[in-house]
Design a protein around this ligand. Structure first.
Ligand code: 48F
Length: 259
């Protein structure tokens, strides 16, 4: 066998095994932002078969660029234990109690590495374009390569079957939007629909991100900015404690339900 053939065969075989194992899951997570990565880490660590489907080539969502491309972010005291679980370095501010800075590239790469090492699978460059919805129940995801989506090619998708689905798609809450529009689901919000994100109010947004992290329809959860958007929470910019705690909360909810 030539080296060329060995390499190509190895990649296709190894990816196929990984992909097949990702087609039937305990938890399918849409989007690979910070909240989703913490959730994937905790769920996989608890023994649940978990995979993230991320539209972009690089998982990490809005973490990489820090604030306005200054590649540092801020985290509050309450979320330091999560950073420590991932072995991510942080340093306290000398002039304001309770806040810490960290390198946004270390945070993104640390969360990705931690989720993978805990046993979660990450499928990048794959977009979720619909839900599997049978007998009034959420059963999984409809996926396709992002390249196909971007080029507008007329190619049918494949499916992922999952006991639980988490919308970690950030500001647009893409999956809950699909659920409302296409599956005609009534979400457990005051209107049954998505309320829509409010402008910036850091303290309020941080608290409500965690509060709004929950199940919005049987087996359909939202975390991170998606949860905030659904319930009309405030945005908060480059402070990430709420995102990390939201990921931990959604994982806890599912782990306790599955036990
Ligand atoms: O928005 P995002 O980083 O998720 P998050 O965990 O964190 C929000 C913060 O980064 C920041 C903030 C905090 O202060 O306000 O914005 O809520 O990442 C969401 C990820 O989901 C992917 C998208 O590419 C991004 O990486 N995504 C969105 N829709 C889809 C998707 C989809 N339909 N299929 C696959 N991936």
């Amino acid at each position: 066998m030539s080296a060329e053939n060995i390499i190509s065969t190895a990649i296709v075989k190894s990816f196929s095994e990984k992909f097949i194992s990702g087609l039937k899951l305990d938890v399918a997570i849409v989007g690979g932002g910070p909240s989703a990565l913490v959730a994937a880490h905790d769920l996989a660590k608890a023994g649940l078969k978990t995979a993230i489907f991320e539209r972009k080539l690089s998982p990490g969502g809005g973490t990489w660029g820090g604030g306005m491309l200054f590649n540092e972010v801020v985290v509050q005291d309450e979320a330091l234990n999560i950073l420590d679980d991932f072995n991510i370095t942080h340093k306290p501010l000398s002039d304001a109690k309770g806040y810490h800075t960290l390198d946004s590239v270390e945070m993104a790469s640390g969360l990705i590495f931690g989720a993978l090492k805990a046993g979660a699978k990450i499928f990048n460059s794959i977009s979720v374009e619909d839900l599997v919805f049978k007998d009034g129940k959420v059963n999984g995801l409809v996926i396709n390569w992002t390249a196909i989506e971007r080029l507008g090619l007329h190619v049918d998708p494949l499916t992922v079957i999952a006991e639980n689905v988490i919308d970690g798609t950030g500001h647009p809450s893409e999956i809950l939007n699909l659920a409302v529009k296409k599956a005609k689901i009534k979400l457990s919000t005051p209107t049954g629909d998505i309320i829509g994100e409010k402008p910036m109010w850091v303290e309020n947004g941080e608290a409500s991100t965690v509060e709004n992290t929950r199940e919005y329809f049987p087996n359909l959860y939202a975390c991170g900015m998606s949860a905030n958007n659904v319930m009309g929470g405030y945005r908060m910019g480059p402070i990430f404690g709420g995102m990390l705690m939201s990921g931990r909360k959604v994982a806890d909810l599912i782990i306790h339900k599955e036990k």
